[in-house]
Design a protein around this ligand. Structure first.
Ligand SMILES: [Zn+2]
Ligand SMILES: [Zn+2]
Length: 307
C-alpha cells in the first residue's frame, strides 16, 4: 500500500515523479515550505529588515509566494507589501484583482492595486487594438517591470519577489537559447542585481518548485486563486515551449531541473562574455534605469504620443 514517506499516513496527495517520494497533505505543505525557505537562506534572497514587494496577480504561483513569505513576516524577519497590477484586460483581470485582495486580507498585509491606465496611460486592451496581440506579452512584460520598479520605490521596498516557478524558468532559458538571445539569457536567475541605485533587486523564491506542485500547494492550503489563463497568452512561442517541456518531462521527469542546473553552471561564463556593461544611465522621461536616452517603457510610450 502507498503511504506517506514522512509520517506513514495512507492518504497521499502526491507521488513525485522525479524522486518517487509520496507525501500526505500535511507533509507535502511542510516539505514545500521548508524547501522554499531553505532556498531563500541558501541564495541569500532576503536579509533581516527587508521590505519585500510581492507581485501578486492572484494566480496560484503568486498566491503561494505570499503565503510562504508570510512565514518570514510572522517571525518579524521581513515586512511585506502586496501589489497587483491591473493591466486592463476586460473580462479577465477583474477576478484576479479581487482574489489577490482576498489573499492579502487573509493575512493582514497591505495591498495596492495599480493600473496600466494610471501609470502607462492606456489599458492593455487599448494597446492591443493598435498593435495586434502577437507582441502583447512583450509590451505587458516591459510595462509590468517598469511599474513594479516605481511602486517599489514609492513603498520603500528593498526587494521585488515574483512567483516564477521551475517550469517558467526552464521555459525562459530554452526560449532565449533557441532564439539566440544570449544577452537576455545572462539576465535570467534567482536574483537580479544591478549597481544602479534606482534599481530594486528582484528575487524568485519559487524557482525550484515545479508548476504542478504550486497548483497542488494552493489546493492543499485551501487558498483562493484565480485559475483562468491570460487571454493574450494563447499561441505564443512560450506556450509551444511549455508544451514541449511538459511532453519531454513525461519520460524524463528531471529534465527541467537539469535545464536549470546546467544553465546556472554556464551563466557566469555567459555573463563574463556577453553581458553589456552595467546600465548606469537614467531615462530622460521617467528616471528609471535605461541603456539609451529612454527606457524601453518610455520608448514604447513615445511612439503613441507621435501618432
Ligand atoms: Zn505525511
Ligand atoms: Zn522611462
Amino acid at each position: 500500500m502507498d503511504v506517506c514517506h514522512k509520517c506513514g499516513n495512507p492518504q497521499i496527495i502526491i507521488k513525485r515523479k522525479q524522486s518517487g517520494q509520496m507525501l500526505c497533505q500535511e507533509c507535502f505543505i511542510n516539505t514545500v515550505q521548508e524547501k522554499v525557505l531553505k532556498d531563500i537562506r541558501k541564495q541569500k534572497l532576503v536579509e533581516k529588515g527587508d521590505k519585500v514587494l510581492v507581485a501578486l496577480s492572484g494566480g496560484k504561483d503568486s498566491v503561494m509566494l505570499l503565503d510562504i513569505l508570510n512565514n518570514l513576516r510572522k517571525r518579524k524577519i521581513i515586512d511585506l507589501v502586496a501589489v497587483t497590477i491591473d493591466e486592463g484586460i476586460c473580462g479577465y483581470r477583474e477576478d484576479g484583482v479581487e482574489i489577490a485582495a482576498q489573499n492579502a486580507e487573509l493575512i493582514g498585509v497591505k495591498h495596492r492595486i495599480v493600473s496600466f491606465k494610471d501609470y502607462v496611460g492606456h489599458t492593455l486592451d487599448e494597446i492591443m487594438e493598435d498593435t495586434g496581440d502577437r507582441i502583447a506579452c512583450t509590451y505587458c512584460g516591459v510595462f509590468r517591470r517598469w511599474i513594479f520598479n516605481q511602486v517599489a520605490r514609492e513603498e520603500g521596498a528593498t526587494k521585488i519577489a515574483t512567483g516564477h516557478n521551475l517550469d517558467d524558468e526552464a521555459q525562459s532559458i530554452l526560449m532565449n537559447y533557441m532564439e539566440g538571445n544570449i544577452q537576455n539569457l545572462t539576465r535570467i536567475g534567482v536574483k537580479s542585481e544591478s549597481s544602479y541605485e534606482g534599481f530594486t533587486v528582484k528575487i524568485k523564491p519559487l524557482r525550484e518548485i515545479p508548476e504542478r506542485e504550486t497548483a497542488l500547494y494552493v489546493v492543499a492550503r485551501d487558498l483562493p486563486v484565480h485559475l483562468a489563463g491570460c487571454p493574450y497568452a494563447g499561441d505564443s512561442f512560450r506556450a509551444k515551449i511549455r508544451d514541449f517541456l511538459k511532453d519531454i518531462s513525461q519520460d524524463h521527469p528531471t529534465i527541467m531541473y537539469s535545464t536549470l542546473r546546467g544553465f546556472d553552471k554556464i551563466k557566469p561564463v555567459l555573463k563574463e562574455e556577453f553581458s553589456r556593461k552595467a546600465t548606469t544611465g537614467v531615462c530622460a522621461e521617467c528616471g528609471e534605469p535605461a541603456a539609451g536616452k529612454l527606457c524601453k517603457a518610455c520608448s514604447f510610450r513615445s511612439q503613441w504620443k507621435k501618432e
